[in-house]
Design a protein around this ligand. Structure first.
Ligand code: B12
Length: 224
């Protein structure tokens, strides 16, 4: 098991999509849980890639190939995660996307997948999403949570812009806003008036559950 996970991590680090797909399939065949593979091979692999880029050892094409490898493996794991989805009632509706000017999609997609897996209805708007699109989708879907991803210090401001646009549209009270992405933190969430921050996909699930629980309790007048 450890060997397959090591190889999968290497496939991400070396940016080998075909190998990543093959190893992800082997991992499933060896009864390795998709979440284990994501947490113990894909994420740490991407971390190594980021560190190498920071040290000037990797360049943009390396990042792109690593991202392709990660996506190839995720494409193998996602159907399995979805099939194991807890078939209960829909816990809530989430609109999620990476904010305008930012094309980093992997972390956002992971959060979207995890939320779907545990029973939220998720509308993933993709990357480089303008504030107006978040507003339109919240209105259309009646979402009760909005997830905003930003991986760049230059685009985290656009999380604030989405919140402002939701206020302007009169929708802010209807939704809880959760933010995430490497340059963001709980303090930033507070500064821009988001309801919550989560560091990773697992935490995002817990936080969204908690946010909606409070929301529903509040609506029903319980605990006041
Ligand atoms: C892969 C990558 C790319 C790929 C993205 C491919 C793709 N399809 O997504 C490409 C090559 C396109 C890219 C481009 C750029 N990148 Co880049 N990239 C990365 C890298 C190496 C990994 C990001 C990643 O996928 N991580 C894996 C996922 C699983 O982790 P994650 O994204 O952090 O997500 C987790 C949490 O943050 C959280 N989360 C994320 N979103 C959300 C949302 C919500 C709602 C919640 C609750 C939680 C949450 O949960 C996720 C899952 O656990 C990072 C380095 C790093 N260590 O992060 C740099 C990095 C983010 N990039 C960086 C830069 C500078 C750029 C470029 C500007 C480079 C350039 N000069 O062109 C461009 C920007 C393009 C743009 N306009 O967006 C910098 C950002 C620096 C900064 N602070 O602003 C970083 C940190 C690298 C570095 N150390 O310098 N990049």
């Amino acid at each position: 098991m450890v060997e397959i996970l090591n190889q999968l991590q290497q496939a991400v680090i070396l940016g080998e999509p075909d190998q990543a797909r093959e190893l992800a399939t082997q991992a499933l065949e060896s009864s390795i849980a998709p979440l284990t593979a994501i947490e113990e091979a894909l994420n740490p692999g991407m971390q190594v890639v980021g560190d190498r880029y920071e040290r000037g050892e990797y360049f943009i094409p390396d990042l792109m190939m690593a991202a392709e490898a990660m996506k190839a493996a995720m494409a193998v794991f996602e159907p399995v995660l979805m099939a194991r989805r807890e078939q209960r009632q829909v816990l809530g509706t989430v609109v999620i996307g990476t904010v305008e000017g930012d094309i980093h999609e992997i972390g956002k997609s992971l959060v979207a997948t995890m939320l779907s897996t545990v029973g939220f209805r998720v509308h993933d708007l993709g990357v480089d999403v303008p504030a107006s699109e978040f507003v339109a989708q919240v209105r259309e879907t009646g979402a009760n949570v909005v997830g905003l991803s930003a991986l760049l210090t230059t685009t985290m401001r656009n999380q604030e812009a989405v919140i402002a646009a939701l206020k302007e549209a009169g929708l802010r009270e209807q939704v809880k806003v959760i933010i995430g992405g490497a340059p963001t933190n709980p303090e930033w969430a507070q500064i821009i008036g988001a309801d919550a921050y989560a560091e990773n996909a697992n935490e995002a699930v817990e936080v969204v559950r908690r946010l909606l629980e409070n929301h529903i309790r509040g609506k029903m007048g319980i605990g006041r």
